[in-house]
Write a protein that binds this ligand. Sequence first.
Ligand code: TXA
Ligand code: MG
Length: 534
Amino acid sequence: METKIFHITDHKRQKEEIKVVAKLLKDGEVVALPTETVYGLAANCFNEEAVKKIFEAKGRPADNPLILHISDFDDLERLTKDLPPNTIKLVTHCWPGPLTVILKKESFVPDIVTAGLDTVAVRMPSNRVTRAIIEAARVPLAAPSANISGFPSPTSAQSVIDDMDTRIAAIVDGGECSVGIESTVVSLAGKTPMLLRPGAVTYERLCELLGKVDIHPAVLNPLGEDEKAASPGMKYKHYSPSANLSIFTGSLSQFTEHLANHPDEFDSALCFEEEKELMPVKCVGFGNENDPLSQAKRLFDALRELDDINAKNVLVRLPSKGGVGLGVCNRLFRAAGFTFVHPERPTVTGITGLSGSGKSYICEILKNKGYSIVDADEVSRKLTKDGSPMLEKIASIFGAKITLGGVLNRKALAETAFANEENIKKLNELMHPEIAKICKRKVTAELKKGNNCILDAPLLFTAGLDKICDVTVWVNAPEDVRLARLKKRDNIYKREAVKRFEAQKKEEELARNADYILNNYKEYDLNEEIKKIF
Ligand code: TXA
Ligand code: MG
């Protein structure tokens, strides 16, 4: 079959072309359409023969259901039933946009679309032309991504042509997709909302709009042989280039070391753009390290490019799993068939956060997971223990009232030292170099023993200790939560606590550069947050 290409360009022709494409769809043909996420292979969802053509063109297994694309909010209520109360709020905020919701279906939604499930996936894409085509076709369009099953999803018309030329009636060229990974899929059909596929509408955003949201285990893990996936798509290998991918779990320096030490195992790298010149092997870049949106946009193209440079065995830099990064990791892990390579030398992870963020609690959990903890607060306490030289120095600067007979009055110290910027600076200049020295010594000792090490330091960045870490983590909790914790734990009231937070302002500023954010408050599942990093 000859595949027609429509370039949606000038306004006048656009109107005509929208009509022509809508007619093809009404006549039961399959057409590739641009969306903000990836290109989709669309057909009239009520025409069983047309939907069958989608499965044939893609080589898609029949038990993997399709998403219905709509252009009118009312269609959501027409196609589904038993809408939970949050649904309208969620879609009003996120549509048109990269979000798919799964809900109980009305009986007239064809089984071929839902693979026989009693639920249906619905989304309203943001691409204006595509919405106009849906409107003109006057039916919801069933559309999976427009790639051959198992290949990376297409983010440009050329990628669709590569996979689909001669297999479908037409391709509408709408330029590059702005998001680059498929929509977020969230099921609202169960008791608690469940994230089935992460995308540009982030887990964090869903928690904001819906409260607690579960993350399906298959988002970051392979499915057990007998586990039935909530989203059938999760059981298939996905997004694969021809090359073998392995995800590297260490830092940039560990990554380049590993490549240099194993030239026989890896011939290529998939890394962040700004790291390309550091690579000892040929490489493809996929976005910038601190910009998950740029990673998402580039990812599938980058996977396709690996084949162009004839990569065989590729070591991949692991992006952060926060925000859109969760979606990037989800695609990468599947593309790699969950093959991971760990660094040969142990890793130092620096953890910082404001008072009451719950760092120590998290370190306890990590200790139980086998990490060695170096606690900068403990080092500081020991350094200023009764009768110590450091204590004498402090007393000589801040006055005798902070010591009583050689014993440190910590409350008095806190009040004096945190009283103003100048005092904070003085205290820091005295203590930081000493604390840093001892922490470094302790970290080195743990590494020598072969232990992965956590450096728990409330002033990690301020004291320059981030420089000895392979990765850094900012533990995050809102101010009211931190205040409540400080009141409960240390019996500290608001005025005092706010002063403490003030003293940590610089750290808060510097920690914007942390590699990861770990959210530690009730809207988040702490285990999930920890799993995203460790
Ligand atoms: O961004 C996107 O969502 C793109 C564009 C074209 O809209 N479409 C897309 O479709 O990615 P597809 O078919 O490649 O992925 C749909 C995913 C699959 O993992 C499928 O298993 C899941 O959604 N899904 C569809 N209906 C479902 C249902 N009723 N219950 C659970 N999962 C469902
Ligand atoms: Mg797909």
